[in-house]
Design a protein around this ligand. Structure first.
Ligand code: DX5
Ligand code: ZN
Length: 223
């Protein structure tokens, strides 16, 4: 199980240190929540900040850009140039999804498609042979610290069946990533559903404990 820290609820005035704290705790996959104030009602950071993070953290961590923006088709290259290894775009925001994910892979990154809680799985299934990851939102995107929406279970199970069938036929394995409200109390259940990559924000970055102490509790829940 990959744990992908999301720094939204960290001290954003000290973003570099928040990311370093996660890397030093042993987390090598950083989930970067990019918001444009248009696709979602919030703004975070973009390519210049990500490029600085890449410089500060070195080459090792995988930078996973979750693009909550309306123009991902036009500007994903800027995120790859800034040092992102993986790009996830929202199916609700991209007109030519097949072209977009193919172009992301041709540009040298891995590609993911993201589904809001109210979006059916079909759009992801249509491009399953072309992608590396499906990101299932278990909150409505825009903010950290929201409650997990349990009705995503059926969608995840259908997706898992489709991926298993694709792999059994000799096709590409695809990660199932989940994002929103993932905590130590529900992470083992998500693994049982077939999730292999969990974004954790407020479950890691909070005022109760350090990232490494919170991570230890999560690892214990997965034993
Ligand atoms: C929501 C973001 C998530 C979120 C995760 O728009 O994509 O990555 O901040 O934070 P928690 O774990 O607090 O729900
Ligand atoms: Zn996210």
């Amino acid at each position: 199980m990959i744990i992908a820290p999301s720094v939204l609820t960290a001290d954003l005035a000290d973003l570099g240190n928040a990311c370093s704290e996660a890397v030093e705790a042993g987390l090598n996959w950083l989930h970067l929540d990019v918001m444009d104030g248009n696709f979602v009602p919030n703004l975070t950071f973009g390519p210049p900040v990500i490029a600085k993070l890449r410089k500060a953290l070195g080459d090792t961590p995988t930078f996973d850009a979750h693009l909550m923006i309306t123009n991902a088709e036009d500007c994903f290259q800027q995120y790859i140039d800034a040092g992102c290894n993986h790009i996830s775009v929202h199916v609700e925001a991209v007109t030519h999804l097949h072209r977009c994910v193919t172009a992301i892979r041709e540009a040298g990154a891995t590609a993911g498609v993201t589904l809001n809680p109210g979006t059916p799985i079909e759009a992801a299934l249509e491009v399953l042979t072309e992608i590396d990851l499906v990101l299932i939102m278990s909150v409505n995107p825009g903010f950290g610290g929201q409650s997990f929406i349990p009705t995503v279970e059926a969608k995840i199970r259908r997706l898992k069946d489709a991926i298993d069938a694709q792999v059994a036929a000799g096709g590409r394995p695809v990660q199932i990533q989940i994002d929103g409200g993932v905590k130590s109390h529900n992470i083992a259940m998500l693994r049982d559903w077939g999730v292999s990559n969990c974004v954790v924000g407020s479950g890691l970055f909070n005022d109760n404990a350090s990232v490494s102490d919170n991570l230890a509790v999560i690892h214990k829940a997965l034993e």
